[in-house]
Design a binder for this molecule. Structure first.
Ligand code: ARG
Length: 472
């Protein structure tokens, strides 16, 4: 056990308590962020004359060497240390001696860990945004190719009106686009530097907090030192954004699972993204989509867990907050993996356009347009609705569609029917005349796709600027 404290202790810590308290098992992931934060801290300390320039250089070189040795396996991070902060500091002192003992001047592990988590999460917010950008591009490319691919649109999982694949995928484009905007908002809200807040009450050293904030590419230092060491709101916002992304992915997964069923046959998932059964030779299961749907629960769990952890904590730092890490790391990894895999599955998925179109014809998806036809011939809408309802009932008994009835049969329901009814309720007409903004008609769809392209260009311009901010 190599702890940073001990002076005021007489006895040894219980072994299980040591393990229970330690965070090295998971916070070793923050090693790069921790070193970057320390380098900025000592650069500021030297500028302020608190340590010398040589000491600063020795510390920076020492930290770089430790990182290098960890990366190439020469130095192992073990549970001899309580956390990643102790690991780096102890190893630094081993290597460079007294200068290493000055690294922690004017700093507490409370502001240190608050900074590390922000650096790590800030980069991950951008990473997730980058992966979503790929998803949006994939969706928009599919939208462009499928402006005339007809399929049934559903409400209550009952066929409602015909739409196109382009239109259906466009709904997901909107959802993921909003997700990207949410991520940007999380970034904007969190990009402030807590370093220099000390344990809770700042410090008497003449630190230049604005300088460290600038070195670390934050907008500004945070405002209140007590809040700085105990704020995890940004993490809750990020987990909330991740949960909403997973909710969207889960709905999409559910649809892919339904579309991939024998009964629907709308899509065929590529072999690379499905698995078989150990007993039933015919099976090809949509496991990836099912797992994405399933893993949504884990990410919701992380959000819930941190909300509950934070709800009763008095100011300022309390050890409960150490619990923010494992759940957040897991939620970030899970969401990234799900997004990447789902996007790849989408790129390789075959859409069985014939099946989709056949399904769009069956199931009275033309009933609304048949009622609208009568309205155009002067029948009040409510009467038209009743007439078509009776025709549908008749067709269900005859096991046929509305357009299978002869004009004489149709006239027994309403005089206004004429030969142009067949054209008026054809699948093509039903879809292609829907031209209100945001509707599936081809001209409306082309306008949506153009808008998507504009949004993607702007997104790319923003995210490039963002990647240069990626300090870890
Ligand atoms: N491992 C701790 C965490 O993750 C680091 C901060 C420790 N601070 C302290 N006062 N014990 O929160």
């Amino acid at each position: 056990m190599a702890q940073l404290w001990g002076g005021r202790f007489e006895g040894e810590i219980n072994e299980l308590a040591w393990k229970f308290n330690a965070s090295i098992y998971f916070d070793k992931r923050l090693i790069k962020a921790d070193a970057i934060g320390s380098k900025a801290h000592v650069t500021m300390l030297a500028k302020q004359g608190i340590i010398t320039d040589e000491e600063r250089d020795q510390i920076i070189e020492g930290l770089d060497n430790i990182l290098e040795d960890v990366e190439n396996g020469k130095l192992e991070i073990t549970d001899k240390y309580e956390d990643v902060h102790s690991f780096l500091e102890a190893n630094l002192i081993d290597r460079i001696g007294d200068a290493g003992k000055k690294m922690h001047t004017g700093r507490s592990r409370n502001d240190q860990v608050a900074l590390d988590m922000r650096l790590f999460v800030r980069a991950e917010v951008k990473n997730v945004a980058g992966i979503i950008y790929e998803m949006l591009n994939t969706l928009n490319a599919l939208m462009k190719d499928n402006i005339h691919t007809y399929m049934p649109g559903f409400t209550h999982l009952q066929k409602a009106q015909p739409v196109t694949l382009s239109h259906h995928l466009g709904a997901y484009f909107e959802m993921f686009y909003r997700d990207s905007e949410r991520l940007l908002q999380v970034f904007e809200g969190m990009n402030y530097c807590p370093l220099g807040s000390g344990a809770l009450a700042g410090t008497t050293y003449p630190l230049d907090r604005s300088y460290t904030a600038e070195l670390l590419k934050f907008y500004e230092p945070t405002n209140n030192s007590m809040d700085s060491v105990s704020d995890r709101d940004y993490l809750i916002e990020f987990l909330s954004a991740l949960s909403i992304i997973m909710m969207h992915l889960s709905r999409f997964s559910e649809e892919v699972i339904i579309w991939n069923s024998n009964e629907y046959g709308f899509v065929t998932i590529d072999d690379a993204y499905s698995t078989g059964s150990s007993i039933m030779p015919q099976k090809k299961n949509p496991d990836i989509a099912e797992l994405v749907r399933g893993k949504t629960g884990r990410v919701y769990g992380a959000l819930n867990s941190l909300l509950v952890t934070m709800k009763g904590i008095p100011l300022a730092y309390d050890k409960d907050m150490q619990e923010d890490k494992e759940v957040s790391f897991d939620a970030i990894d899970t969401t990234k993996n799900c997004l990447i895999l789902f996007t790849d599955m989408l790129k390789t998925m075959k859409f069985n356009k014939d099946n989709m179109e056949k399904s769009a014809i069956r199931g009275f998806t033309d009933a609304t347009d048949a009622a609208d036809y009568l309205v155009n011939k002067g029948v009040p809408f409510r009467d038209a609705h009743g007439i078509i309802g009776r025709i549908v009932l008749h067709c269900i008994e005859k096991q046929c569609g509305i357009s299978d009835l002869t004009i004489d049969e149709l006239k027994t329901f309403a005089d206004q029917f004429d030969n142009d009814i067949y054209e008026a309720i054809s699948l093509k007409t039903c879809v292609e005349k829907r031209l209100t903004a945001g509707a599936p008609g081809p001209e409306a769809m082309k306008a949506s796709i153009k808008k998507n392209e504009e949004r993607l260009n702007e997104y790319w311009a923003n995210s490039e600027g963002f990647y240069t901010l990626e300090v870890i």
